[in-house]
Design a protein around this ligand. Structure first.
Ligand code: SF4
Ligand code: MSK
Length: 659
């Protein structure tokens, strides 16, 4: 069937619950182009790859095993399914961890430049945060100059990456029992460079060929991400750009303005966006935009770059990862400037189709067909000024047909762990005690981190939304990061009045405190905020001695990136039951699968779970939370099940687009 004919048959409303995205996917098809959603329909996932039953670690392969009978064959070298799947998993952890830690390293590079005076465009904005981070890792702060403290902090945090032997600085934040367990298991991370290097070595042909020993290194590496590289990225970003506090902000494509120059920033590191904010607010640039016939310059975010400034400054967010092509298809985007991670290569071509200037800015991420204007940290305004001028130029030559979906949703964003503490305990007794007490008295059943990507293999935004709705309905407080929180913002669940959808106990707490039942905590690296919150809950007392004791669970319902695997595994290694949707890179019934899904918990860590159905996923988490409540002796009155198995089975199958 010719492509055009095929496209006409797609009902995009089956592929996403985001009405703006659906409208633009339809437009892309009508205009004769294609999106990731179309390509996902055309390109079926390889079943052997999905099950992680293939290896291409040497040129005697690639070796493909039979996923239906995984022990019937080995690779040419004799590698079993357990070795192959564990090695593949380990390389996903290494890649994901390297993305976060390299992001953290960039932030640390900027911090070093600020501290030694080489970088003038960024400054230490949040001195209080600088002091609290320094104190949390044992740096003396009393009667010392800020510059001296900052210098010591830089030197300490550099060890997060480079330390060859011994524990990294943020191990001081880990609850003692959790740390003791890691020491016993030999998984306390050294510097992330060493851990990632060791994973790559171990997974080379003929090195580590025992799945549980490979997983041990996965744990060590993932922990060097969550409690290392990611945590450094979050903390340094807060120090340089401010610690988030809740603010109301708009989300969705309605934030694009027909009569203004529109600039979209997409990617992950906050520095590009922070400098672009300075450039678009420069009165000279606003004047130039007006001279070109625009009312002003409008800037909005996508993905995690967007999440960084959404939570810090309330800058509008145009959409999550899978909406990037849809946003370009409006024709209203004058410039899309990107840095690193989750930027689809297809955006370069599609931008050309719609006349949008597509700019790469980071030396690590050039894209064929894009214009590269490198952002130099010592002079970021040069790049940003060029981008603004190009955007104004493009505004003058905009195509006649612009279609902006009118939808704009709003929500409350910016729940840093510091603010959660303050919100619950007040200015003078900031504490997690009220949260713990409400968990102990059963008003709040437990907490869940629902995070991660969106994925063209499932109905966009739908799985996230249903998981979260089911959790809050059953009194589970939800914390969110990454693309997931944008899905829920669009569904209206980040507003305080979403408490009407929560169970009675959670609703009562939300109404008393004035908070939504779903807390938006930031970008992918800000999952570290959830780790710190969990450590605080343990430290506050009454909910056990380690993170593994907490009535806490995690989920990435629509995950797609290798970073998600690293995040998932650092939550598991930290003691959290973590459920993934879409697909999982292992085969049920293999020793490797059993190790991840059962044995890690028996060893005193968390464990992995998998479910495609959002209600199954939510109930796996709720049942785990109840198991932990039972063990803590705080089960109390049995929470009422508002959506039982019979309800779940009655749901139509078509919610999952493809397997
Ligand atoms: Fe095949 Fe072994 Fe080479 Fe992997 S390492 S491709 S299983 S021979
Ligand atoms: S951007 S890693 S799609 S959350 Fe952080 Fe979204 Fe996942 Fe990228």
């Amino acid at each position: 069937m010719p492509k055009e004919e095929k496209k006409k048959k797609v009902n995009y409303a089956d592929l996403s619950i985001c009405t703006s995205t659906v409208q633009m996917l339809q437009k892309i098809a009508e205009d004769g182009y294609e999106s990731a959603f179309d390509r996902a329909l055309d390109l079926k996932p390889c079943p052997i790859g999905s099950d992680s039953a293939c290896c291409k670690n040497c040129s005697m392969g690639p070796c493909r095993l039979n996923p239906r009978d995984p022990y019937s064959k080995t690779g040419v070298c004799g590698a079993t399914i357990d070795t192959i799947a564990a090695r593949n998993f380990a390389r996903m952890v290494a890649s994901g961890a390297s993305a976060h830690t390299d992001h953290g390293m960039s932030m640390l590079d900027i911090f070093r430049g600020v501290v030694n005076g080489e970088i003038k465009d960024y400054q230490i904005k949040d001195v209080e945060k600088l002091i609290s981070v320094a104190e949390s890792i044992g740096i003396e702060t009393k009667d010392r100059e800020i510059k001296e403290i900052a210098k010591d902090l830089y030197e300490e945090l550099e060890r997060t990456y480079t330390q060859v032997e011994g524990e990294i600085p943020f191990m001081k934040r880990v609850p003692p029992k959790t740390l003791e367990k890691w020491r016993e298991l030999g998984i306390v991370p050294r510097g992330s460079m060493r851990e990632i290097m060791e994973i790559m070595h171990r997974t080379h042909i003929g090195v580590d060929q025992e799945y549980s020993n490979i997983v041990k290194q996965c744990s060590r590496t993932a922990l060097s991400d969550g409690w290392g590289g990611s945590m450094v990225a979050t903390e340094i970003s807060d120090i340089l750009y401010g610690t988030p506090k809740p603010l109301q902000a708009p989300v969705n494509m309605g934030c694009l303005k027909e009569d203004e120059v529109n600039i979209i920033i997409h990617g992950h590191e906050p520095n590009l966006f922070e400098s672009m904010l300075a450039a678009v607010n420069d009165p000279k640039n606003i004047e130039k935009a007006k001279e070109a016939g625009a009312k002003g310059i409008n800037i909005a975010g996508m993905c995690c770059s967007g999440a960084e400034v959404l939570e810090r400054h309330g800058i509008p967010h145009a959409g999550n990862f899978l909406s990037a092509e849809a946003v370009v298809a409006t024709g209203a985007v004058d410039i899309m400037a990107v840095d690193v991670q989750c930027i689809m290569q297809a955006l370069a071509n599609l931008s050309e189709c719609y006349g949008t200037k597509f700019i790469t800015t980071n030396p690590r991420a050039h894209i064929e067909g894009a214009i590269h204007i490198e952002l130099e940290e010592t002079n970021p305004m040069e790049c940003c000024q060029e981008i603004v001028e190009m955007a104004i130029e493009r505004f003058k030559n905009r195509p006649k047909r612009i279609v902006i979906p009118r939808r704009e949703d709003w929500g409350i964003h910016g729940f840093s762990h510091e603010y959660i503490k303050y919100m619950l305990g007040g200015t003078f007794r900031a504490s997690y005690k009220p949260l713990n007490e409400n968990i102990i008295n059963g008003k709040i059943r437990g907490a869940a981190g629902v995070v991660g990507c969106v994925n063209a293999r499932v109905k966009h935004d739908w799985v996230h939304t249903e998981v979260v709705k089911e959790l809050i309905k059953n009194n589970v407080l939800v914390l969110q990061t990454g693309c997931s929180q944008i899905s829920l913002a669009k569904a209206g669940l980040l507003k305080p009045d979403a408490a009407v959808l929560a169970g009675d106990g959670l609703a009562e707490v939300c109404e008393t405190v004035g908070m939504p039942p779903v807390l938006s905590c930031g970008s992918c690296v800000d999952n570290s905020r959830i780790l710190v919150a969990a450590a605080e809950m343990v430290r506050t007392g009454g909910l056990g001695d380690s993170i593994a004791d907490l009535p806490l669970a995690g989920a990435a319902p629509e995950w797609m990136s290798e970073k998600a695997i690293s995040i998932g595994h650092y939550f598991v290694a930290s003691g959290v039951y973590t459920v993934f949707g879409v697909t999982f890179p292992s085969i049920e019934g293999t020793k490797f699968h059993k190790h991840l899904f059962e044995e890690l918990e028996e060893m005193g860590l968390g464990k992995w779970g998998f479910a495609k159905d959002p209600y199954d996923m939510a109930w796996m988490m709720i049942e785990h939370i109840d198991k932990k409540r039972e063990a803590l002796g705080i089960m109390g009155k049995k929470e009422r099940k508002l959506f039982d198995m019979a309800d779940r089975r009655a749901l139509p199958e078509e919610h999952v687009v493809s397997a």
